[in-house]
Design a binder for this molecule. Structure first.
Ligand SMILES: [Zn+2]
Length: 61
């Protein structure tokens, strides 16, 4: 019996397929290999991705 664990979800930014070797954890940040956007896993069943909010670098200029 073959268990296919490869998963792909379309990138919300560029619609390219983002591939997962295994199911990601919720709130995991994954980079899109195509556009480089950071994507946050918002759900795991099914997997849904959302563009991760940009981290404001508030280090005090
Ligand atoms: Zn993308």
């Amino acid at each position: 019996m073959t268990q296919q664990t490869a998963l792909t979800v379309p990138c919300p930014e560029c619609a390219a397929d983002v591939a997962f070797a295994e199911a990601p954890m919720e709130s995991e940040i994954v980079p899109c290999g195509d556009c480089g956007a950071d994507l946050e896993v918002r759900g795991t069943s099914p997997i849904t991705l959302e563009t991760a909010p940009e981290v404001e670098e508030d280090w005090g200029e």
